[in-house]
Design a binder for this molecule. Structure first.
Ligand code: IPE
Ligand code: IPE
Ligand code: MG
Length: 251
């Protein structure tokens, strides 16, 4: 593994499906919430490492629209953890120049979580070194339906002609408006699926799956994922030869 991070090309945007908390706890004979709590330490280390490596956008899948189907006790435990994470991290975000954004249906979150989320987003609005997106009550399909509805309404009310709808206009109405698409998607916990995450934005992301469960994921694991990313050739539909000659022309 390459540990000299100076030699690595750092993805501009990394997205992570933080999976495996429940199984990590169950393996230890503990309640699932114990795994979610341990996962917060991994979040802290990954945010800090990403910032120090120069990642500009980091998106963490923290709670999906489908996760509302979990037992009430697990959902409320997750909401409490989220609230305390946000409370405890504001200072660190400010001192590290990290801006917090939320992707998802924030209005579905309990009022006390929404309150601290909005406060943190407002107070870090001016920060420019890295954007930390928390995907909360996020579902890729519902995000796309939301865009379709907003475009349809604008057409119906005469503000937009259907022929003006293109990829740029569509992307401009996603939660991630203004941010580049993820270059690298990491999923921990051994599953190999997207679970309704960033269906539009991940079109050309490099996918990296690891057996490591989220509570065990640390700086070396992140560097390993970035090292694997460095070994990929991103062709975006072109041939390998074209990509190599473009790299020579445009260093
Ligand atoms: C991911 O871990 C965290 C959330 C979905 C909130 P899981 O809770 O899904 O852990 P496993 O997959 O059951 O081990
Ligand atoms: C995806 O994990 C959602 C988050 C990590 C927040 P899940 O554990 O909910 O995904 P599935 O249900 O196994 O596909
Ligand atoms: Mg899971």
């Amino acid at each position: 593994m390459c540990t000299d991070t100076a030699k690595l090309s750092i993805p501009r945007h990394i997205a992570i499906i933080m999976d495996g908390n429940g199984r990590w706890a169950e393996e230890r004979g503990k309640h699932r919430l114990f795994g979610h709590k341990a996962g917060v330490d991994a979040v802290r280390e990954v945010v800090e490492t990403s910032r120090s490596l120069g990642v500009q956008h980091l998106t963490l899948y923290a709670f999906s629209t489908e996760n509302w189907r979990r037992p009430e006790g697990e959902v409320s435990g997750l909401m409490t953890l989220l609230q305390s994470y946000l409370r405890s991290e504001l200072k660190t975000m400010l001192s590290n120049d990290i801006r917090l954004c939320c992707l998802g249906e924030a209005q579905q979150l309990p009022a006390e979580v929404r309150e601290v989320l909005e406060k943190t987003m407002a107070e870090t609005m001016h920060c420019g070194a890295m954007v930390l997106n928390l995907a909360l009550s996020y579902g890729g399909r519902s995000e796309l339906v939301r865009v379709a509805r907003s475009l349809a309404r604008d057409c119906e009310e005469g503000r937009l002609h259907w022929k003006s709808i293109d990829e740029e206009l569509f992307a401009g109405r996603l939660y991630s408006v203004g941010q580049p698409d993820p270059d690298l998607l990491i999923r921990t916990g051994g599953e190999r699926r997207l679970s309704n995450f960033l269906l539009w934005q991940l079109s050309y992301a490099e996918l990296y799956f690891t057996e490591t469960k989220w509570p065990d994921f640390r700086r070396p694991h992140l560097i390993e994922a970035i090292t694997a990313y460095n070994q990929r050739q991103r062709r975006f539909g072109r041939t390998g030869g074209q990509v190599l000659s473009l790299a020579v022309e445009q260093p």
